[in-house]
Design a protein around this ligand. Structure first.
Ligand code: ZN
Length: 461
């Protein structure tokens, strides 16, 4: 049973799988990590022994100039990078296989095609393709079958997804989950009339909705005369906030049904859908297919006790784009390892807030995802600053969002505070590709407070 192993068994299995993934796959065949290990003066074997020694990376580290081409270097390939359409399937397969001496189910996965054939798009500050091999799609479908178990669904359940078709891990993951679980699933798009027609055709028990539009979609479906009485489970796709759960609960009351409402989520860049067994129990993860860790979102360093923390994913067994210590830009309150009320022993992510570290801001220069981690990295640990805050949010003057950096120059700093402010603005621009709206020089104890995103990055209230 994948979900009932003891913590000790899980750790042992995970350790072995991690060693194979790093030493036999990512180390030799990921152009990005091959270079990175060399630059860090470490090896895949050492990294596998203690993952926390490997600084986590996100989309901006892989594509430093914002060019999505960089993401190709995450795809396992024997030769040079470039969008890995040309990856030498048979040659890479042979090389991978020859590195595996032990037989077992793992080898079967490796021997499946290693050529990337399927792509979805991901990214918050920039968009990049994520490559899957056929073996990867099998892993996604297998995880999807498990998701069904976590959600308490069976092959008798019939799914209708009111979602626009898109090349995303979410959309692909839901389709493959239904396939893996043997459930009929209809994806009629997001037009309310089309969804209503689909619901007239099949008595759906599961309605999948995008979290951010779920409440409105329920009203639209009701208006379109969609039969919703058979729906016993609503899947909120994209980790819902408390406010979004509340809005959906009110929407369900308006349309007159009272199904279970369960969250389903895949972090940006990853491909495995996580779900909760009951509302609020946390997203159940797959310890034999991924290593989930939490880091300080400002420094990328291991949990400093000042939550909330950023969710970091290491994939086990992926052969297309293979993520190692991947910063998802999602925050979580905690990673629970105690047994869940459903009896499962797998780690669960509690209090997940999706995408918060790369919010989509309506700046005067246009809409864009702003990577708050890059901004924080430009300020963290500077000798010329005693303290700082980043405050993002709507301008008091108009409808646009602003990114304001507040600084307190360190007393030992030789430079004039105005010079420090100029240096900060310049460094923020080079680290995050964005000039702050304003850099404000504060006296000690004068830093503003807002809603905390992380310790020193706040949302304007
Ligand atoms: Zn559970």
């Amino acid at each position: 049973m994948w979900d009932k192993r003891s913590t000790a068994q899980q750790a042992k299995d995970q350790e072995a799988a991690l060693r194979v993934q790093l030493v036999d796959a990512v180390g030799p065949f990921s152009p990005f990590w091959r270079e990175r290990f060399k630059a860090l003066g470490t090896t895949a074997r050492k990294a596998a022994a203690d993952l926390t020694q490997v600084a986590p990376v996100g989309e901006r580290d892989v594509c430093p100039d914002g060019d999505p081409k960089g993401a190709a270097a995450l795809v396992l390939q024997a030769g040079e990078s470039g969008w890995a359409l040309h990856a030498e399937g048979p040659r890479l397969r042979k090389a991978l296989t020859s590195r595996l001496t032990r037989p077992g189910s793992y080898q079967a996965v490796v021997e499946a095609d290693t050529r990337p054939t399927s792509f979805v798009f991901a990214g918050l500050g920039l968009r990049y393709p994520v490559a899957s091999t056929r073996a990867d799609l099998d892993v996604i479908a297998r995880a999807g079958a498990r998701l069904w178990q976590v959600l308490g669904l069976t092959r008798d359940d019939v799914v209708v997804a009111a979602m626009a078709p898109e090349a995303s891990a979410t959309y692909q993951g839901l389709q493959l989950a239904a396939l893996g679980a043997g459930s009929p699933a209809l994806f009629p798009g997001d037009d309310p009339d089309e969804v209503a027609s689909a619901l007239h055709l099949v008595p759906a028990t599961v309605l999948a909705l995008h979290t951010d539009t779920a409440a409105d979609t329920l009203d639209d479906l009701d208006e379109a005369g969609a039969p919703l009485r058979t729906v016993t489970t609503v899947l909120l796709v994209g980790a819902p906030s408390d406010a979004e759960r509340l809005a959906v609960a009110e929407g369900l009351t308006r349309v007159g049904i009272s199904p279970r409402v369960l969250a389903v989520h895949v972090p940006e860049g990853h491909r495995l859908l996580w779900g909760e067994c009951a509302e609020g129990t946390g997203l159940h993860t797959y310890p034999d297919l991924e290593v989930i860790q939490l880091v300080d979102p400002e420094t990328g360093e291991t949990n400093d006790g000042h939550g909330p923390d950023e969710v970091v994913v290491t994939q086990l067994g992926m052969r297309g784009s293979a993520l190692l210590r991947w910063r998802t830009a999602d925050l979580a309150d905690s990673l629970e390892t105690a047994v869940c009320r459903c009896g499962r022993t797998v780690p669960r992510l509690v209090g997940v807030r999706r995408h918060v570290l790369v919010p989509l801001l309506a700046l005067r220069s246009g809409h864009r995802g702003v990577d708050l981690r890059g901004l924080a990295a430009a300020l963290d640990g500077r000798a010329d600053l005693a303290d700082w805050r980043i405050v993002v949010g709507p301008s008091p003057r108009d409808d646009h969002d602003e990114v304001v950096v507040h600084i307190v120059a360190s007393s030992g700093s030789e430079d004039d505070a105005a010079d420090v402010a100029v240096a900060v603005a310049r460094d923020v621009r080079s680290a995050a590709g964005l000039l702050p709206t304003q850099v404000v020089v504060n006296g000690p104890g004068e830093l503003p407070d807002g809603d905390r995103i992380s310790r020193r990055v706040h949302q304007r209230v």
